[in-house]
Design a protein around this ligand. Sequence first.
Ligand SMILES: *Cc1c(COP(=O)(O)O)cnc(C)c1O
Length: 418
Amino acid sequence: MKNIGALNIPELCGNFDKALLQKAAAQFGTPLYVYDLDRITAKYEQLKLAFGGRKAMICYALKANSNLSVIKKMASLESGADCVSLGEIKRAILGGIPKYKIIYSGVGKQEFEIKETLKLGILFINIESKEEMLLVESCAKELGIPARISVRVNPDIDPQTHPYISTGLKENKFGVNLEEAKGIYLYAHNSPYLEPIGIHFHIGSQLTKLKPVSESAQKIAQLTHSLLALKMDIKFFDIGGGIGITYSDETTINPYDYAQAILEELRGLDLTIICEPGRFIVGNSGVFLTKVLYQKEHQGKRFVIVDGAMNDLIRPSLYNAYHQIVPLNAELQETTSADVVGPVCESGDYLGKNISLPPLQSGDILAVLSSGAYGFSMSSNYNTRPRSAEVAIEKGEARLIRRRENFEDLIALEKDYL
Ligand SMILES: *Cc1c(COP(=O)(O)O)cnc(C)c1O
């Protein structure tokens, strides 16, 4: 059984202060997401510094946490954005990210999305198949706007992460293999409507080992050399995101080592590095607060029933992901093992299994740590549950950045059809 630490473990919780969280829960209600914007800033700066002195650009992967206030914070730090839908691109622009720092990725871009992004004039589109490239070309031709592109190359390297978040193996749906990539570049190079200016790989998420990253970078750098030899004007080397974080006791990739490993593989190539971190920036910068409703025991098993559920934070149910869970107002002595479960009608609805928790009372607040990434952004209205509110903490002050949904919000798109 994994043991839980106190809430002041710096790597996990930054400057979250129990009293402040308690106050936020009382003021804004639960379930509640709370993000520490100062910690988000620190993570961004840490990565930026790791690439210090090199031409490098950080494009925050919006899908990890796309709250507009979080995006606005990233924009203020001069971050770019990695987006996987037209909706995310519009969010990035609304949040203040300049269009020329926006990248459009994803395996199933649709024609209207491609056309709109061409009109917007973003940095480039990451191509994921030959067919998609042909569609981008025809859209570019129709609009008379040449498309800047990059090709997502699948290096067929095992990232050693959870199968659901592995993306760089040949059995994964993402990107094209090295051979096919070359063909796409050759075609694009000869098309008046396509400008291949970048090369891209992203092998998975929650990466904790450096070797798969450097091996991938090596393969992609080799391909880049051959493209440059063919006089292609490749300017951007996009290494994707995926840097893992600590949820319990994982040792993760040090940003400095990460940058060094990439730079090592890029020797002799004068390219701008693009890095697309999502989880690394926001994961440990957020907590999910939930209130104890009931407790029960059957056959010696202890259940703590809380007001947060899989619709709010699906990672435990979806990936069997582990999050530390700590009470805000109780000491961690005399703990026993408990499953922390939500009100949703699914046995898979849990936030944690075999979590050490002290005796609790109804009304106590539990903090589910490291919930800033793929938390709210993956939430749903399953069981007609309004999605949680979101709060930002900055310089010791908490403020609402998304109000809690209400019943009216949930039926708004249906009620006129009765
Ligand atoms: C999801 C994704 C990212 C971000 O992944 P993290 O693991 O959150 O850093 C970056 N780039 C692409 C193309 C992605 O699909």
